[in-house]
Design a protein around this ligand. Structure first.
Ligand SMILES: Cc1ncc(COP(=O)(O)O)c(C=O)c1O
Length: 474
């Protein structure tokens, strides 16, 4: 693009001017006697010369007019904006697909819903009604699972911080305790003394699956020998019995290979516990970590078809377990899948509060939902769709949230039609980790609704009010 000075030059180059403002021919410019036009720096705008250029093709998202048959306009008029919307159909479809992929390949499989991924009661109860146990990582989550009616013996208790009181209650109620460190093992022995009986536990391991960075902060490291040493310490006096081995190798694991390695290493450790330490091991828990159909910022491919299916993960894990337990019934298998079950079921409707042109020449939209509600926008390019059909040009805009904070950017660059104040977008998939990790900061939290398979809209969490905000203050 030309700058102002260039536009005055017949040859397209900068006009040569004398110091009195006349040009080399002694003529004054059209801008007025003696006035130089102020310099305006050139702005480069990327031109799309057809569907494909050397940066690859681009496509514009189809508008999202409704969610499971309920129109966006109706949802906003009833429940306001922003609004989280969950599809019960998708939740059920996903967990059934997971159960089918593993149960059809493996004799004894049990899913445990990862509470931290989304612990709204209504969401948890959809998974529980499909047979999932609860997997919790804190005293609060343990109480939430009990409040949802889950008996202790159907709760897997992970996490690095369990108070003595909650640990004792969980042990008494038969929960599966996954020990994270030696101090916890000491607590568990004390609980065994107090209860006057041995306590059954599982050990959490961390191990090298070839993924970088390696997750090593939770549980006991396998390759260094710490895990075996911890098992010896735990079982030396008969107060604790090891019945399971757990490993959660990471999150958004978009390859199946690391699960093969983990299943193999965990199986070998399991057999070592059984054969060398005579422990009554019964199960292997390979944690969560399956990728959802979301787009990591670091990934070039916008389409998520390359993300492994549940069948692909199941094939990798079950084959490896069978290889490790030839001629015998393999151990019970638990998974604590979180994001891959709930991410695609969650949508956030947000409204345009305003637009502006930045000094850089880029257009920006200000939304009523930002990083306060979209924790996962830090590493995903969340898909942002208009909610009606538009004709005309689409342009790259930057999407800001409502916070008076520089960090509040939902998308650095996002192709959208010419949206106006009061119009909506749908941000998707946002079902995993956003409701639980949303920040209580600057704005009050919005309502959450669940659309039932019959198309009924149920309010599963109401919008916060000023009374809520001050209720705990004095
Ligand atoms: C111990 C444990 N299990 C399960 C999960 C769920 O993981 P994801 O949501 O990646 O499936 C997590 C999450 O980090 C976890 O820490």
């Amino acid at each position: 693009m030309k700058n102002n000075n260039e536009q005055n030059s017949p040859a397209g180059g900068p006009s040569a001017r004398n110091t009195d403002g006349t040009d080399v021919h002694g003529l004054r410019g059209t801008a007025g006697a003696g006035a130089r036009k102020p310099y305006a720096r050139p702005v480069i705008r990327k031109q799309y010369m057809g569907a494909a250029n050397k940066f690859g093709g681009y496509s514009v998202p189809e508008p999202v007019l409704s969610i499971d048959g309920v129109s966006i306009a109706e949802l906003v008029s009833k429940f306001g904006s922003p609004l989280f919307v969950y599809s019960e159909n998708t939740l059920r479809r996903k967990v059934r697909e997971l159960n089918q992929a593993f149960s059809s390949r493996y004799p004894s499989f049990q899913a445990a819903w990862s509470y931290k991924t989304n612990y709204l009661d209504a969401i948890c109860n959809v998974f529980h009604s499909e047979g999932s146990w609860a997997e919790v990582v804190s005293g609060f989550e343990y109480l939430k699972a009990r409040h949802n009616g889950i008996p202790g013996d159907k709760i897997i208790f992970n996490g690095p911080y369990k108070t003595y009181e909650i640990l004792k209650r969980a042990v008494s109620e038969g929960a599966r305790i996954h020990a994270d460190h030696l101090d916890e093992i000491r607590d568990l022995k004390k609980i065994s003394d107090e209860l006057g009986r041995p306590v059954e536990i599982a050990l959490r391991l961390n191990l090298d699956t070839g993924m970088v960075p390696q997750w090593s902060r939770f549980g006991f490291n396998l390759e260094s020998g710490h895990a075996l040493e911890a098992a010896r310490i735990a079982t030396s006096d008969g107060k604790l019995k090891i019945i399971g081995v757990h490993s959660h190798i990471g999150t958004f694991m978009y390859e199946t290979g690391p699960y093969k390695k983990a299943a193999d290493k965990v199986s070998k450790f399991y057999k070592q516990l059984r054969e060398e330490l005579s422990q009554p091991v019964r199960y292997i828990d390979l944690g969560g970590g399956f990728a959802s159909k979301n787009k990591l910022k670091a990934h070039y491919k916008a389409d998520c078809s390359w993300i492994p299916s549940f069948d692909a993960y199941a094939e990798a894990i079950c084959d490896t377990l069978y290889e490790n337990f030839p001629g015998e019934e393999p151990p019970q298998l638990f998974l604590e899948t979180g994001r891959a079950l709930v991410d695609e079921a969650g949508f956030l409707i947000s409204s345009v509060a305003g637009s502006k042109m930045l000094a850089s020449g880029q257009r920006a939209l200000i939304l009523d939902a930002g990083v306060n509600l979209l924790y996962t926008s830090t590493w995903y390019d969340l898909k942002v769709s208009p909610t009606q059909h538009y004709s005309g040009a689409w342009e790259d805009v930057i999407l800001y949230g409502p916070l008076c904070m520089n960090i509040d950017v939902v998308r650095e660059k996002c192709l959208l039609p010419n949206l106006h104040r009061g119009e909506q977008v749908v941000i998707h998939p946002v079902g995993a980790y956003n409701v639980t990790q949303s920040m209580q900061f600057i704005e009050m939290k919005p309502a959450v609704v669940l659309v039932s398979p019959k198309g009924e809209v149920k309010l599963i969490k109401r919008r916060e009010t000023m009374e809520d905000m001050v209720a705990m203050e004095s």
